[in-house]
Design a protein around this ligand. Structure first.
Ligand code: PMT
Length: 215
């Protein structure tokens, strides 16, 4: 299983980055839950303060381009990809080679951003793909649209407005939506337990895939 975690960092200059509030806890918890069920796990981690989990192969990355390279490489030899990372949709168009200095005469600055690749679309078709959708509004509508646009088998719709859910807490509340239209609202659980619930669904889907291939 390949799992991504954390918030990517896009540099503006040698000292500044554009990033988000992801702590990596959700992705790390999925990686640990998968390891505890006997899976061989590769964790592609954007910068976090978390210790490396024991028994998991870890690839540390920072930018979306680096995460893309590491995920696509690991996906050459995997059954499942679970993307819990918060990936920057845009990055600065130019990265200054020296620290950008404050100009006393200039009151405001504009940063031009360009789109990052959505590398979910580049993952080999045989890999079972699970995504997350971190949303502040129209949770299920937006998650359903992402499930379809990104060609996923399963998506965890993550309401990040609830106090004990989402970024940088130990618990999470998600609704699992699958490509067959099934919706399962999970209660507030530890991120480790959310990981197991996702893996329960993944295991069932893999078994179904296996028996279809055998028949
Ligand atoms: O790390 P924690 O503090 O524990 O927080 C957990 C979390 C809130 C970050 C996590 O549960 C979560 O919701 N992760 C996905 C956050 C997100 O940014 O989702 P999105 O709606 O922007 O992207 C949808 C999916 O496409 C995600 O699986 C994302 O990894 C993937 N994606 C997004 C952009 C991109 N360029 N490439 C991608 O593959």
């Amino acid at each position: 299983i390949v799992v991504s975690a954390g918030g990517t960092q896009e540099p503006m200059d040698p000292v500044r980055v554009i990033t988000n509030r992801s702590s990596g806890k959700m992705g790390y918890a999925i990686a640990e839950a998968a390891r505890d069920r006997g899976a061989r796990v590769t964790l592609v981690a954007a910068p976090t303060n978390l210790p490396d989990p024991v028994g998991v192969a870890i690839r540390r990355v920072a930018t979306v381009e680096q995460m893309r390279g590491a995920v696509l490489e690991a996906c050459q030899n995997t059954d499942v990809l679970i993307m819990a990372a918060a990936v920057s949709d845009y990055r600065p168009a130019q990265v200054a080679s020296q620290k950008i200095k404050k100009d006393k005469k200039v009151e405001g600055v504009t940063i031009n951003l360009v789109k990052n690749p959505d590398f979910f679309l580049e993952v080999p078709k045989g890999v079972l793909r699970v995504g997350f959708a971190a949303e502040t509004e129209d949770l299920l509508g937006n998650a359903r649209a992402k499930l379809k646009q990104k060609g996923l088998t399963l998506i965890a719709a993550n309401d990040i407005t609830a106090p004990d859910s989402g970024f940088n807490v130990d618990t999470n509340q998600v609704t699992l939506l699958d490509s067959q239209g099934k919706e399962e609202e999970l209660p507030l659980l530890s991120k480790y337990e959310v990981g197991h619930r996702i893996l329960d669904r993944v295991t069932k889907l893999l078994k179904r895939q296996d028996s279809r291939e055998r028949n």
